[in-house]
Design a protein around this ligand. Structure first.
Ligand SMILES: NC(=O)c1ccc[n+]([C@@H]2O[C@H](COP(=O)([O-])OP(=O)(O)OC[C@H]3O[C@@H](n4cnc5c(N)ncnc54)[C@H](OP(=O)(O)O)[C@@H]3O)[C@@H](O)[C@H]2O)c1
Length: 255
């Protein structure tokens, strides 16, 4: 049986580790990475890097490599690849599961402003503060090179260094989660941050910034997630994904 995991997330790596140890070598496991991060943490099993060439390219890859099950464990904001996975799975009749960590939920004391896109976040920012902690990743920085954001100062945290276009006034902090609450408190204090911007990525690794912002009474602009493609079953964590896979095997094979 050949399982292809579309990865690039902690959960994808954890699922590969779970499958690798649970299968006792009786499973062919391939993880696919987009190739955006210079030195990614690699999962066990085979790893392929780079795009497939759209949904048709992915369908061809599934056929050529005789994939039995496809698991889309990409980041909740990687909407294009998830849409391609749904189309490729439908075209090849390969069962597809989406592994998506649940989104964050605001609690008492949170001052969240939910928006539909990074562009909307950039437009809202000047009404909320002037020293911004931007944690939406280096790929979407162009949205903040917007004239409405010219008077703002940004602390940009990303895994790899961002490339232009980016906001004119910014400091870059190269780092990768998990982050601690003490660390996030200190960061907000040291840089005199007065507004935080995040995607609703969910998960514990990057959630402490939300607690630190709540404690400091800071507004947080939260970018909503794109939807999971219609009809695709969703597992909330790697264990649930493993159970789904086990159920398919118990029912007599994947396809
Ligand atoms: N977006 C985020 O905030 C975010 C955060 C953390 C990690 N990531 C990870 O970074 C990767 C890229 O994210 P994105 O937002 O740029 O994705 P995207 O916009 O959904 O995908 C753009 C294109 O990149 C290629 N691609 C994406 N993920 C791939 C994968 N796992 N394996 C092979 N090709 C892939 C596909 O190219 P083709 O059409 O040529 O197949 C896809 O059409 C994803 O794997 C995601 O899990 C994203």
């Amino acid at each position: 049986m050949h399982v292809l995991i579309l990865g690039g997330t902690t959960e994808a790596r954890q699922l590969a580790e779970l499958l690798h140890s649970a299968s006792d070598g009786g499973l062919k496991l391939t993880s696919s990475l987009a190739g955006r991060v210079a030195s990614p943490r690699l999962p066990p099993g085979e790893v392929r890097v780079g795009g497939f060439g759209g949904a048709d390219g992915m369908a061809a890859w599934l056929r050529e490599h005789e994939v039995d099950v496809l698991i889309d464990a990409t980041h909740p904001f990687a909407g294009t690849i998830s849409f391609h996975a749904a189309r490729a799975a439908a075209a090849t009749h390969v069962p597809l599961l989406a592994l998506r960590r649940p989104g964050w939920v605001p609690g008492a004391g949170d001052r969240w402003h939910e928006v539909g896109s990074l562009a909307e976040a950039a437009e809202l920012l000047p009404t909320l503060g002037s020293r911004v902690f931007l944690t939406t990743g280096r790929m979407g920085l162009a949205a903040f090179a917007h004239p409405a954001a010219d008077d703002l100062w940004f602390l940009v945290r990303s895994v790899d260094a961002p490339e232009p276009p980016h906001p004119p006034r910014m400091e870059v902090l190269l780092d990768r989660g998990p982050f601690t609450l003490d660390g996030e408190r200190e960061l907000l204090r040291r840089h005199r941050v007065d507004v935080v911007v995040t995607k609703d990525s969910g998960g514990a690794a990057t959630a402490p910034k939300l607690t630190a912002a709540r404690e400091a009474g800071l507004p947080v602009v939260v970018v909503r997630r794109p939807p999971v493609p219609e009809g695709v079953p969703v597992a909330a964590d790697p264990t649930e994904a493993l159970r789904w896979l086990q159920e398919r095997l118990d029912q007599g094979g994947a396809a």
